[in-house]
Ligand binder design. Sequence first.
Ligand SMILES: [Zn+2]
Ligand SMILES: [Zn+2]
Length: 283
Amino acid sequence: MAKGDFHLHSTASDGRLSPTALMELAAKNGVQVLALTDHDSTEGLREAQAAADRLGLRLIPGVELSTDIPGNEVHVLGHFIDWESELFQSTVAGFREGRVGRGMEMVRKLRDLGLMIEWERVLEIAGEASVGRPHVALALKEAGYVQTIEEAFDRYIGRNGPAYAEREKLLPEQAVAFINSVGGIATMAHPNYVDDPEPIVASLKEQGLFGIETYYKDYDQALIDKMLRLAEKYDLVPMGGSDFHGLERSNEKAPGNIPYPDEAIDRFLARGDAILAARAARA
Ligand SMILES: [Zn+2]
Ligand SMILES: [Zn+2]
């Protein structure tokens, strides 16, 4: 188990644990410093902070933004963001509204295919969370159209599925620039979800990318080594996160269950601490 985990989801987006339950699980696993990185939302941060304080954990504010490249998605993580700023909150509110339109479009396509799930039910499942594809998948499972969340993605709502819908486009370069503009540090999440991450990493580095997710969920040593070489070549810090959602997917790893070395964790935190010190000096 690693002492740090900087990529976690709660019910504030598409995770299945409340921020409090997530903090409790991480603490139980021996995690000491962690980030809550919900999709387009910091709604879970206050609750998570209260739980982290009680449990003696250090919580770093974070967010995960979805962006588009031709034929695929790139996710950009932002940490140490000035999340209470109006610029940050009004911009991510716009990103969330894009998700609602997308979810409705997927439900419409599913109904055209004869899978009669209700948009209202998807919203109910999402609850306070920002609605996402896992909520559509849970509605399909609940209605008996699929057995698992994975099956819902594979057969219907994955990128190549018949009910997939695009979001409004946001370029990864724009997301990196946005994270920097709200005082955060930007990292490219799960780089291996794209076929050839190097040109994207090179382009994002020019926009001020700080790191790439290297110690990720189910990455084996060969993949970790590949990401370490990429990080070194572009002078980026290797970051680690489990991307835990609590969804019982077969490749899910518990909070902290990643081979993230202390030295790399400390490099990440050192930059964040410098940012926080500079922000405090300005305030
Ligand atoms: Zn992601
Ligand atoms: Zn994630």
